[in-house]
Design a protein around this ligand. Sequence first.
Ligand SMILES: Nc1ncnc2c1ncn2[C@@H]1O[C@H](COP(=O)(O)OP(=O)(O)O)[C@@H](O)[C@H]1O
Ligand SMILES: [Mg+2]
Length: 160
Amino acid sequence: MAQMEIAKGNEELYLLSGMSNRHGLVAGATGTGKTVTLQVMAESLSNIGVPVFAADVKGDLSGISQPGKRSPKFDERVKKLGLGDWTFAGAPVVFWDVFGKEGHPVRATVSEMGPLLMSRIRLGRFAEPSDLLGAAVFLASAASDFVTGQTLFVDGGFTS
Ligand SMILES: Nc1ncnc2c1ncn2[C@@H]1O[C@H](COP(=O)(O)OP(=O)(O)O)[C@@H](O)[C@H]1O
Ligand SMILES: [Mg+2]
């Protein structure tokens, strides 16, 4: 389990990679470091080979793709924390694009996914809305009056 350093003050704080599937909340007033904290977490996971999907509503997380820049304030901080020789690097980032033009397409098309999905459907065809009729009629009829809990798979064998 990798230890990912995410903060350093008087003490060093680490996130254990194997615990990354837990829920978490990064909160604070504007300018207290929420965005930078998320960037550090994403970068640390990326560095150990774990891809991160980040829904970046304001677009500020995306700065992680660019190397940082030196500033007197930054140098002062690096010195204070004893981080030694600091080199800047951008993390590898792929932008998802709902239009599929400038970045990675968000949606997979039916023509791309079709053969893959079809190969998993035992009955060899995609469902039609009318395929739900049998289950709907059964559940609406007296024949199911004593059915109190049951999952009816109307999927042509996809999940079986
Ligand atoms: N761990 C940190 N160490 C030093 N400076 C930081 C740190 N986190 C944030 N900052 C500084 O504070 C600024 C605001 O942080 P940011 O993450 O954008 O805040 P928030 O998203 O909470 O509004 C950053 O641009 C950076 O200059
Ligand atoms: Mg922010």
